[in-house]
Design a binder for this molecule. Structure first.
Ligand SMILES: [Zn+2]
Length: 307
């Protein structure tokens, strides 16, 4: 099997309220599409382990980790910011979400699969070193990148982030660490209202305007991401896979279609084939219109799996 599929039942129990767009049904929306298409049976299934404190400490402050743990409610909910809410299952789900990304790194580094998709929530790319925001508590993909560098001895890890929101947390964590390249497309000006002017040689931010669609997105990838990745020659490619730039997703106004997600995955797969021994670990970030999310993630995973 070429592709691992990593999730955990606790990711379904983290629930921020009936009207919250980052809802448990997102996990099912993706899994149902995979099952209906017949792809599910061709994926190597794994339950995510809990991330360890040592793994979290590479990208988060100890006091922050403690504050999240102690904020976790026994009953009811607690607001970390206006749209990031904890219920009694949030903290254990967040440990599994970050643990999934770490497991993905172990699986691809061991050659047990070529790539892995982590169907996880809470998402991660807005979480900074010491700040939860934008539905995110721990920065799953950043935890995986730091783990690959330290535990597997890699020198260069790239993160591609096609979520419609800028991964401010990922940039915050790696802005001064040239071992990690972040290639990001995002709507701007738009939440979290940063990223347009903060790039450097290894932070490749490509802001897009409301109304930009497939053509502009593909131009950004071809003109900005791919030359940077070619120069960087990553040994491992991670993907912050947010599907909220889809035209059916009313969270945003970048109008991508299902096929764009298959296309960008194909481009990244070529980079991974050339430089990374095919190794890719992809983790779910955003994507809130459930039908579009299911179809787009399916297009992404189908290309990863080569089926
Ligand atoms: Zn997003």
């Amino acid at each position: 099997m070429q592709t691992a599929y990593i999730t955990h039942s606790l990711c379904l129990k983290h629930d921020m309220g009936a009207l919250h767009p980052e809802c448990p049904a997102r996990i099912h929306a993706i899994e149902d599409q995979l099952i209906a298409s017949g792809l599910f049976g061709y994926l190597q299934q794994h339950d995510a382990p809990e991330v360890t404190r040592e793994q979290l400490l590479r990208v988060h402050d100890a006091a922050y980790i403690d504050s999240i743990q102690s904020a976790a409610p026994q009953h009811g909910t607690v607001e970390l910011d206006g749209d990031t809410i904890m219920n009694p299952y949030t903290y254990p789900a967040a440990l599994r979400a970050a643990g999934a990304a770490v497991m993905g790194v172990d699986l691809v580094m061991a050659g047990r699969v070529e790539n892995a998709f982590c169907n996880i929530r809470p998402p991660g790319h807005h979480a900074e070193r010491a700040r939860a925001m934008g539905f995110c508590l721990f920065n799953n993909i950043a935890v995986a990148a730091a783990y690959a560098l330290d535990a597997h001895g890699l020198s260069r890890v790239a993160i591609a982030d096609f979520d419609v929101h800028h991964g401010n947390g990922t940039e915050h964590i790696f802005h001064d660490d040239p071992r990690v390249m972040l290639c990001s497309t995002f709507q701007h000006p738009f939440y979290p209202y940063v990223g347009a002017y903060s790039g450097n040689d290894h932070i490749i931010n490509v802001p897009m305007r409301a109304g930009d669609g497939s053509e502009k997105f593909r131009e950004a990838v071809i003109d900005q991401w791919l030359p940077a990745l070619e120069r960087f020659q990553p040994e491992l490619l991670l993907i912050s896979a947010g599907f909220d730039a889809h035209r059916d997703d009313d969270m945003s106004m970048i109008r991508l279609v299902d096929a764009d997600y298959g296309w960008v995955t194909g481009q990244l797969k070529q980079v991974a084939e050339k430089h990374c021994h095919k190794r890719i670990v992809s983790a779910l970030e955003g994507g809130y219109e459930l039908h579009a999310l299911g179809r787009s993630a399916m297009a992404h995973i189908k290309v990863l799996s080569g089926l």
